[in-house]
Write a protein that binds this ligand. Structure first.
Ligand code: ADA
Length: 566
């Protein structure tokens, strides 16, 4: 299931999830593969990561997935893949449909003119690192890059005229008003068709509209009398239902506005303190392809911890997770894929184009989720290098064009020399005092230096987020001396950080602890940075979500800090 609620009542949609035929082809060139000659000797779940399965653990290469699909009549269809890692090429009955690079985002291919009946869908899927083909999956990132068809797949019958996309923004809170932009497409001839829109079953609009042939769009501003607002404390949701001719779309919405003002982030005009964690989509048995059970458990744990905030580090999250966050009132920082890029990348047109595509695909999936309150890009890239600034300008500029309703940020690890902070609304700082440098008792002084420097550079009028800080702790390792790598050391460090940030200093409007759960690290990082077990062990739960000592400590702090004043 790719959605928590039915998106269509009229449109024919078929889930293609299940077990597909599978072949591991190895280290070969995709251009050399004859599709009809592939020997499918194995099977593989979709969604899934083939290299999370013990048989293919740690293997990199080209693979092939195959299944049969059914087209009820000869019409236009759309195949929607919620994510494939890292690169894929798709064929229908041996004929090329298209290619896509980059995991973590949704893409689609249309099928036209195929006769009714069965057809064979084949996907070549490659998890090898290849900077040319997949510029956003590089071997030095600090997480393991799994491969496969990792998120749900669906087949949609589009017919002659269909709803292409819907963007809903909150235009006004009191009384609530939304602005919506509906994009559509018509194939055969111009026509007058009925458009109706309802909210929770109450009709808001009904009119006939003239649709020309080809792509088009319409905009409407609608009042929603009686609708309740969404907030982390009261995550009220409403269902918009649109019908255009013979197509339809249901979109769940939450009414809220978010903005950065002065040193604060405001939701519905009220300041919010963001308390949360950074989260990778990872589980040892599923890789990035988390089943509903793990997604739901993660959200339960985040709520139990007292979090009201989670950063989707370092790539766009599965929409099923965003659905759960909308329901739980968990604010999400959604981030485009990236990790520690330098000028060589940020001046490379191919890399910038790959980032722009990633950003566009990220916004298309996440924009209607009320939980999403911040957009981020380029984790810890060289924002202190003048050669990188045009890249930051291009990507942040595009993000603002796509969505001007949310604040923008990026996590910098160069707070003393950063050159791009004027481009964002929220200053987000990653720092590891007490772990990679200094001792726990030095943390306050280090944080003070960072704040002083960022203010000196002229950004003191912005909200500050400590977007990463943490320490590794090996699950189960207790130590009288509270040595580094012990659970006690991690707990002591986080205790110091939270107390200083929110009791003693009160300058930061939020914290993202690095990190929610332990995650497997990339082969190269594990080698260079000396990651025990091949893992980044800074989770406050381990990879199986078993709590470390810091769990209860963080829970105590977050719960107390977010308790409403009596
Ligand atoms: C960085 C990075 C994280 C992780 C962390 C660490 O800040 O953003 O992805 O690698 O360091 O554990 O060292």
């Amino acid at each position: 299931m790719s959605s928590r609620y039915p998106r269509h009542d009229l449109r024919y949609v078929q889930s293609l999830d299940g077990v597909w035929d599978f072949a591991f082809l190895g280290d070969i060139d995709p251009d050399s593969v004859a599709i009809e000659g592939i020997d499918f000797t194995d099977s593989m779940p979709v969604p899934g990561c083939f290299d999370a399965a013990p048989r293919y653990a740690g293997r990199r290469g080209l693979t092939a997935y195959r299944r049969r699909i059914y087209l009820p009549d000869e019409a236009t269809y759309r195949l929607v893949f919620d994510a494939v890692h890292h690169w894929c090429r798709l064929f229908l009955d041996g004929v090329l449909l298209g290619e896509h690079a980059g995991g973590f985002t949704r893409f689609s291919f249309d099928i036209q003119g195929h006769p009714a009946g069965e057809a064979e869908l084949t996907a070549l899927v490659d998890n090898r690192f290849d900077e040319q083909r997949s510029p956003l999956h590089l071997d030095y990132y600090d997480w393991y890059h799994y491969g496969g068809i990792t998120r749900p797949v669906t087949l949609h019958r589009l017919g002659n005229c269909w709803i292409e996309s819907l963007a809903v923004d909150v235009a006004q809170l009191d009384p609530p008003e939304i602005h919506l932009r509906l994009a559509y497409h018509r194939l055969d001839e111009p026509a007058r068709v009925p458009l109706s829109i309802s909210l929770d079953g109450q009709e808001l609009l009904s009119e006939d509209i003239d649709l020309p042939v080809g792509a088009g769009s319409l905009e409407r501003r609608l009042r929603l009398p009686g609708a309740s607002l969404w907030s982390p404390e009261q995550p009220n949701l409403h269902f918009l239902y649109l019908r255009l001719g013979e197509d339809d779309l249901r979109q769940r919405i939450g009414l809220r506005q978010v903005r950065a003002e002065g040193r604060q982030i405001l939701i519905n005009n009220r300041p919010i303190r963001l308390l949360g964690v950074n989260r990778h989509e990872f589980h040892p048995q599923f890789g990035h392809a988390l089943p509903d059970a793990i997604l739901a458990q993660d959200v339960q744990l985040l709520c139990d911890l007292g979090c009201n905030f989670v950063r989707g580090s370092h790539y766009p999250q599965d929409e099923r997770f965003l659905d759960l966050c909308d329901e739980a009132g968990l604010c999400v920082w959604v981030e485009a894929t990236g990790w520690q890029h330098h000028a060589q990348h940020l001046t490379d047109p191919r890399f910038i184009q790959a980032q722009l595509t990633n950003i566009e695909e990220m916004v298309a999936v996440a924009r209607n989720h009320p939980a999403v309150i911040l957009w981020g890009i380029l984790n810890e890239s060289q924002s202190h290098d003048p050669d990188c600034r045009p890249g930051y300008q291009a990507l942040l500029g595009r993000l603002r064009e796509l969505d001007s309703t949310r604040p923008l940020t990026y996590a910098t690890c160069y707070p003393f020399h950063d050159l791009c902070l004027d481009l964002v609304d929220v200053v987000s700082i990653n720092a590891y005092p007490g772990w990679y440098h200094d001792e726990i008792e030095d943390i306050p002084a280090f944080i003070d230096q960072v704040v002083a420097r960022v203010e000196e550079m002229g950004h003191g009028d912005k909200p500050f987020l400590l977007s990463e800080i943490g320490a590794d702790a090996i699950y189960g390792w207790r130590d009288w001396r509270q040595a580094r790598w012990s659970e006690a050391y991690q707990a002591a460090l986080l205790d110091k950080v939270i107390r200083y940030l929110f009791v003693e200093r009160q300058r930061f409007c939020g914290l993202g602890i690095w990190q929610f759960c332990d995650v497997r690290s990339a082969e190269m990082v594990a080698k260079i940075l000396g990651r025990p077990r091949g893992y980044n062990n800074k989770g406050i739960v381990d990879e199986y979500r078993r709590p470390k000592q810091a769990y209860d400590l963080v829970k105590g702090w977050f719960t107390a800090l977010n308790r409403p004043a009596e």
